[in-house]
Design a protein around this ligand. Structure first.
Ligand code: ZN
Length: 218
């Protein structure tokens, strides 16, 4: 079983983009990233909280201030240095792992970041049903049933982190690092992922003035 994560060239026109803060001062406040989640069904509070904590732990070395909110009727969008919309598709709960029917498949697309006209948009789709199936497949390998919820949470966080890398760095490319690799293998589903030093450095540039400053323009 090979789980696959890929950027997809889908075109949307949701009009949701980053909302840069005007006249951001050159202070050292952490850059803010608004992460707006939409779910097909009502998610469990426990799952959302755990996912936030897991993704926050992955992104901690970057110093970015991830501000999560679930998009509901009447939700007012906040103002952030950057904003990403995460569509959580299907059943995003560890219990889905136990209900998943066995459908052996060589590759599964677990998440996608939307690309339009070659530009990476801040819109991510996380396929929770495929994540549940990928974890469920591990039941038939060397993973005990009690460990599955943890594996499910870690894998969901890893897919979110992978797609956030595409969306925040506006880069559709893949690397052979924990979070930027295109293909996950069963062993990856059992390991703890970390951002590479290069990824941390790139993410730390978000919300910071360019090192090549322009003093005056004529
Ligand atoms: Zn990818």
């Amino acid at each position: 079983m090979i789980a696959r994560i890929a950027a997809a060239a889908l075109v949307v026109s949701m009009g949701l983009g980053a909302q840069p803060v005007a006249n951001r001062s050159e202070d050292l406040k952490p850059a803010t990233v608004g992460v707006t989640l939409t779910f097909d069904g009502k998610p469990s509070r426990g799952f959302v909280k755990s996912l936030r904590q897991e993704v926050a732990s992955l992104f901690r070395p970057t110093g970015l201030d991830l501000r999560w909110q679930i998009l509901e009727r009447g939700t007012k969008p906040g103002v952030y240095d950057r904003a990403v919309v995460l569509r959580m598709k299907g059943r995003c709960n560890a219990s889905a792992v136990y209900d998943a029917t066995r459908e052996p498949q060589a590759r599964r697309t677990l998440g996608e970041t939307i690309i339009s006209d070659g530009e990476v948009l801040p819109i991510v789709v996380v396929n929770c049903d495929e994540i549940a199936r990928a974890v469920s497949d591990l039941r038939f390998q060397a993973v005990g049933p009690l460990a599955l919820p943890n594996v499910h949470l870690r894998l969901t966080a890893r897919v979110v982190a992978h797609e956030l890398l595409h969306a925040l760095l506006k880069n559709p490319d893949h690397q052979e690092t924990d979070c930027a690799k295109a293909l996950l293998r069963p062993a990856d589903l059992l390991s703890v992922a970390r951002l590479s030093a290069g990824e941390v450095a790139e993410l730390q540039k978000i919300g910071r003035p360019s090192s090549v400053g322009i003093l005056a323009e004529r």
